[in-house]
Design a binder for this molecule. Structure first.
Ligand code: HBI
Ligand code: FE
Length: 271
C-alpha cells in the first residue's frame, strides 16, 4: 500500500491508526462492527458533555446543524451522516486511519470529501488528545459542512492547498487552517462565539476561548495569521475573529501568491 503514517510535529508515539488498511488515497472503510461498547460509551459521554456547553458559546450555524450528525449515544455510521450531508451541500465524509499527508488531504477537500479519523480516544484521554480522533473530526468539523458558504470555503481551501504545495507554501496555508477552521472565533449578534473545530470539540478550550480575559482576540488578518506560529499542546494565546463565514470566503478568494511572497520576507510571530 502507498499509505505512510503521518504525525504532527515530532511525536515519540507511533501514530495509532492502522495505515495498512488505507487505500492509496488514504481513505479506508469504517469498520463499525469493530467498535467496542467502551468506544461507543466514550463517544456518548464526549457528545453529552460538549452538547451541554454549546449554548452561548458555539456559533448558531454549528448548533443548528449538530442534530444532523445523527446518533448521540454511539459512534455514527458515516453512511447515515452522508445521506444528509450530500443532500445539504454535496459534501461527504470518508474514513481515514488518522492524519494523512498534505497532498491527499487537500485532494479530498478539493473534491468535497472530508477525511474523518475512524478510531476513538481511550477513556484516559477523555479530556485531551493531541491527534484528531473520530469525535474531534465528526463532532468538531462536520456540522459546519452543512452550511453552504462554509462548505464552499473548505473546498476552495483544498484547491488552494494543492496550489500552495506546488509553491512550497503549505506551512503558511496550514496556519490559516489552524487559526480559522480549527481555532477560529466568529462574532454573532455582537457576541464572540466559537466556530473552530478544535475549540468546539474541546472540553476546556470552548469556554476559555470565548470567555476568558486571558487570550488575545484579533480581527482576522491573513498576513498576521500566516506569520504566526501555533501551539498544538496548549490553549491558544491568540485567536482570530471573523464577522461571518462570508468574510472568510471573501478574504481567502484572491490568489495568495503575492501574500506568500510578502510573508516569506517578514519575521515570524510567536503564537
Ligand atoms: N489529515 N486526517 C487529517 N486531518 C487533518 O486535519 C489534517 C491531515 N493532514 C494534514 C493536515 N491536516 C494539515 O496539514 C492541514 O494543513 C492543513
Ligand atoms: Fe481538526
Amino acid at each position: 500500500m502507498a499509505a505512510e503514517p503521518v504525525v504532527y510535529g515530532a511525536s515519540e508515539r507511533p501514530p495509532r491508526g492502522d495505515y495498512a488498511r488505507a487505500r492509496p488515497d488514504y481513505t479506508c472503510t469504517q469498520h463499525h462492527f469493530a467498535y467496542t461498547a467502551a468506544d461507543h460509551d466514550t463517544y456518548r459521554r464526549l457528545y453529552e458533555r460538549q452538547e451541554a456547553m454549546l449554548p452561548g458559546l458555539a456559533c448558531d450555524e454549528f448548533i443548528r446543524a449538530l442534530p444532523a450528525l445523527g446518533a448521540k449515544d454511539r459512534i455514527p455510521h458515516f453512511d447515515e451522516v452522508n445521506h444528509r450531508l450530500r443532500q445539504a451541500t454535496g459534501w461527504e465524509v470518508v474514513a481515514v486511519p488518522g492524519l494523512i499527508p498534505e497532498v491527499p488531504f487537500f485532494t479530498l477537500l478539493a473534491n468535497r470529501r472530508f477525511p474523518v479519523t475512524d478510531w476513538i480516544r481511550t477513556p484516559e484521554e477523555f479530556d485531551y488528545i493531541v491527534e484528531p480522533d473520530v469525535f474531534h473530526d465528526l463532532f468538531g468539523h462536520v456540522p459546519l459542512l452543512f452550511n453552504p458558504i462554509f462548505a464552499d470555503h473548505l473546498q476552495e481551501y483544498g484547491k488552494g492547498g494543492l496550489k500552495a504545495h506546488r509553491l512550497g507554501a503549505c506551512e503558511l496555508l496550514s496556519r490559516l487552517y489552524w487559526y480559522t477552521i480549527e481555532f477560529g472565533l466568529i462574532r454573532q449578534a455582537n457576541e464572540i462565539r466559537a466556530s473552530g473545530a478544535g475549540i468546539l470539540s474541546s472540553g476546556g478550550e470552548l469556554r476559555h476561548s470565548v470567555c476568558s480575559p486571558q487570550p488575545r482576540r484579533l480581527p482576522l488578518d491573513l498576513e498576521r495569521v500566516m506569520r504566526t506560529r501555533y501551539k498544538i499542546d496548549s490553549y491558544q494565546p491568540t485567536y482570530f475573529v471573523i464577522d461571518g463565514f462570508q468574510e472568510l470566503f471573501d478574504k481567502t478568494a484572491p490568489d495568495f501568491r503575492p501574500l506568500y511572497q510578502r510573508v516569506k520576507d517578514l519575521p515570524e510571530l510567536p503564537a
